[in-house]
Write a protein that binds this ligand. Structure first.
Ligand code: PHE
Length: 449
């Protein structure tokens, strides 16, 4: 049976695209990477990349998707027939495949902590006990693999149903709720004693802390949080009606994303410094710090449950988009095939993610290029595959799509001035490819003597 894939409203699309963008990247990954990369300077570069490269690329993916109304492979084929450009779509699918395999491990951690908090296991522990409890939880192979499986199954079931139905309705109140809860949390965090040191760590840029690796990490982080470079946004915008306002959607998604990044940073770093912890704790940072902050609030654990629920939801809506891009290509609009492929691909992704889950416990000594399995998978996705995907898209769009056609597409349902269009086109054609290329070369050590 042919499915009729289309967002039911303009808001539906923005919520789904924002749902894909806002997830572990902004809430969990940003604080931890900023923490290991020196704070303020990293934040500053991240912001710069998000506005100058991420935003234009997001708009470019929207244009490819909406103008062709096809999936991640066919869209490139219809713009550049008989060429190899549609490999960008395959690269995106492979990237999302690997990404989801470890993303779901962290999603599983949220489920584990949700259950533990509801059972009362987290009531009134000390900061150190929270750290120990979390360490013990994620190093337990049965717990971490079980939770990873549950996270994957939820993702599979929703994608098998068709993403629209699942996401549109729930996102409408979940996103604002997440926002409000963050504000409550920040209020508690910044009023802790010694909190200002954390605010300063996050916002005061000490550029001497930047290295080529941290610049690449900021680049990868800005693409990661916006879900660009992997054709997820191509796929989502292909379900859009022709007259939707693309630039406005892109700007609001980037705006929301930056806001969540700032909120997450403000919730975490003041507490880190107030409790005398190290900001460079790595992937466990959020889970080690936040329980203590909530614990110092009245009804803290009730709020923590609410937070974890919203956090889980935000991660799931991102996970849906990763599986969706793969399934939409394989099922080619057929409903039965959609169910079948969702399960097949989803379960393989689960299996591929198992070593990542174990790398926080019994396989923590196994290393690939001096990194744990989890870190290596994340590095491959965030710092190599996503920037390369973004680079290819930034070459593809100005080369294969006519400028006048792009202008017509962008101004549909939209009063975008010619000048703004030119700014976007310049960023796409020159700034994005050159900047990404230079950052990649820099990491390869080309400039070093
Ligand atoms: N943007 C998502 C997040 O921040 C991750 C993601 C990347 C989702 C690429 C889809 C594609 O959590």
């Amino acid at each position: 049976m042919k499915e009729n894939q289309q967002w039911s409203s303009k808001l539906g699309f923005i919520l789904a695209a924002a749902g894909s963008a806002i997830g572990l990247g902004a809430i969990w990954k940003f604080p931890y990477i900023a923490g290991v990369s020196g704070g303020g300077a990293f934040f500053f570069i991240f912001l710069l990349f998000t506005l100058l490269l991420g935003l234009p690329l997001l708009l470019a993916e929207f244009l490819i998707g909406r103008s062709t109304q096809k999936d991640a492979i066919e869209s490139y084929k219809s713009i550049a027939p008989s060429s190899k450009w549609h490999s960008i779509g395959y690269l995106g699918m492979i990237t999302c495949f690997i990404l989801l395999s470890f993303y779901s491990v962290i999603g599983g951690w949220i489920i584990l902590y949700l259950v533990k908090t509801i059972r009362g296991d987290l009531d009134g522990l000390s900061q150190q006990e929270y750290g120990e409890l979390f360490g013990a939880t994620i190093s337990d192979p049965v717990l971490s693999i079980g939770a990873h499986l549950i996270f994957m199954i939820i993702t599979i079931v929703v994608v098998a149903m068709g993403v629209q139905k699942g996401i549109e309705r729930t996102s409408k109140f979940m996103m604002p709720a997440l926002f409000i809860l963050f504000l409550v949390l920040i209020f508690r965090s910044v009023t802790l004693s010694g909190a200002m040191e954390g605010v300063q760590f996050l916002f005061y840029p000490d550029f001497s802390k930047l290295t080529s690796e941290t610049i690449l990490a900021a680049l990868g982080q800005s693409f990661f949080t916006l879900s660009v470079g992997v054709s997820v946004m191509v796929t989502y915008s292909s379900y859009l009606p022709k007259d939707s306002n693309l630039s406005q959607s892109a700007i609001s998604i980037v705006g929301m994303n930056i806001m969540i990044v700032v909120l997450a940073g403000l919730a975490i770093f003041p507490a880190v410094f107030s409790f005398g912890l190290e900001p460079n704790a790595g992937p466990v940072l959020l889970f080690n710090v936040l329980p203590t902050v909530f614990n110092q609030m009245t009804f803290g654990m009730v709020f923590f449950v609410a937070f974890l629920l919203l956090f889980l939801f935000a991660s799931l809506t991102s996970a849906f988009s990763m599986l969706e891009i793969i399934v939409s290509v394989l099922s080619k609009g057929d409903t039965k095939a959609r169910t079948k492929w969702s399960w097949i691909i989803g379960l393989i992704i689960f299996a591929v993610g198992v070593p990542s889950a174990l790398s926080f416990g019994i396989w923590s000594e196994v290393s690939i290029f001096n990194k744990t399995i989890f870190d290596a998978a994340d590095y491959l996705v965030s710092n190599i595959l996503m920037p390369v995907g973004a680079l290819l898209i930034s070459i593809f769009v100005p080369m294969k799509m006519k400028k006048s056609h792009l202008y017509d597409e962008l101004t549909k349902g939209n009063a975008l001035s010619k000048r703004l269009f030119n700014v976007w086109y310049f960023l796409m054609k020159y700034v994005a490819p050159i900047a990404i290329f230079l950052v990649l070369l820099d990491v390869l050590g080309v400039w070093k003597r």
